[in-house]
Ligand binder design. Structure first.
Ligand code: NDP
Length: 243
């Protein structure tokens, strides 16, 4: 990926941070967004620079329509035209449907759906041949293992439709669009020692949580030249959660 430019949304922690560093290791210059934790974002940018790549940490809230689009422009202005967009920023909110307020619904869909749509729109307007749009979905689009997932599964399932439609729309321009579905991955959002961890482990075939690096590895494959014929695909990194 030498000479390419990538933007990873929500790149200051967890899967996004692992992905940003992995893409840099593959040779990309990487911009990453964050909202709350500037120090963590700067730390990831520092790790990318230590690999000899350029890095840009951008404060950009995916819940804000203008900021979600502008992150793509700002990344391109800072590092050069975008080759890879990784739509990773996301929020989780589980609970019975009757407990979800309108504000909950709007907030989750703004980050998990609208922000992804707007960043993808901005990227599609600029990307040239070889472009890659990779979105982080969830194993819950394939199997909802219990109650409490209505809002999260609704939003993330919309990204499957977006991905397939983007693949059709951008394919002839040499741009691919794919979605990666992580299973339970040990991050701040879903710690492997959290209260719901044991139940999630029991749902996997391999009997453990996955790591952010294991998801980043799949993203790196999809971002690379070898994956030029892979588009519109749902790519599970879920320890067999959907099996
Ligand atoms: P974390 O909560 O550990 O990290 C979230 C990252 O996103 C942080 O860098 C955070 O930055 C950033 N972020 C949060 N809200 C926004 C926002 N509104 N705009 C921009 N950036 C934001 O999450 P994970 O790494 O676990 O999850 C990453 C993705 O993977 C999400 O889309 C999630 O839904 C998905 N996923 C995760 C699974 C898991 O088990 N962990 C399983 C399946 C899917 P900051 O702190 O600075 O705000």
């Amino acid at each position: 990926m030498n000479g390419t430019v990538a933007l990873v949304t929500g790149g200051s922690r967890g899967i996004g941070a692992a992905t940003a560093v992995r893409l840099a290791r593959e040779g990309a210059d990487v911009a990453l967004t964050y909202v709350r934790d500037k120090d963590a974002a700067d730390d990831v940018a520092g790790r990318i620079r230590a690999l000899g790549r350029r890095a840009l940490a951008l404060r950009a809230d995916s819940a804000d329509a203008d900021e979600a689009s502008a992150a793509v422009e700002r990344a391109a202005e800072g590092l050069g035209e975008l080759d890879v967009l990784v739509n990773n920023a996301g929020v989780g909110l589980l609970g019975p449907i009757e407990s979800l307020s309108l504000a909950d619904i709007d907030r989750v869909l703004a980050v998990n759906v609208r922000g992804v749509f707007l960043a993808s729109r901005a990227a599609a307007a600029r990307m040239g041949p070889g472009g890659r749009i990779i979105t982080i979905g969830t194993c819950m689009t394939q199997r909802v293992p219990g109650p409490g997932g209505t809002l999260y599964a609704t939003g993330k399932s919309a990204l499957v439709g977006l991905t397939k439609a983007l693949a059709r729309e951008l394919g002839e321009r040499g741009i691919t669009a794919n979605i990666v579905h992580p299973g339970p991955i040990d991050t701040d959002m879903n710690p492997a020692d959290g209260p719901y961890a044991a139940g999630q482990v029991a749902l996997t075939a391999v009997g453990r949580f996955g790591t952010a690096d294991e998801v980043a590895s799949a993203v790196a494959y999809l971002a690379g030249a070898e994956a030029a014929y892979v588009t519109g695909a749902e790519f599970s990194v879920d320890g067999g959660h959907a099996a």
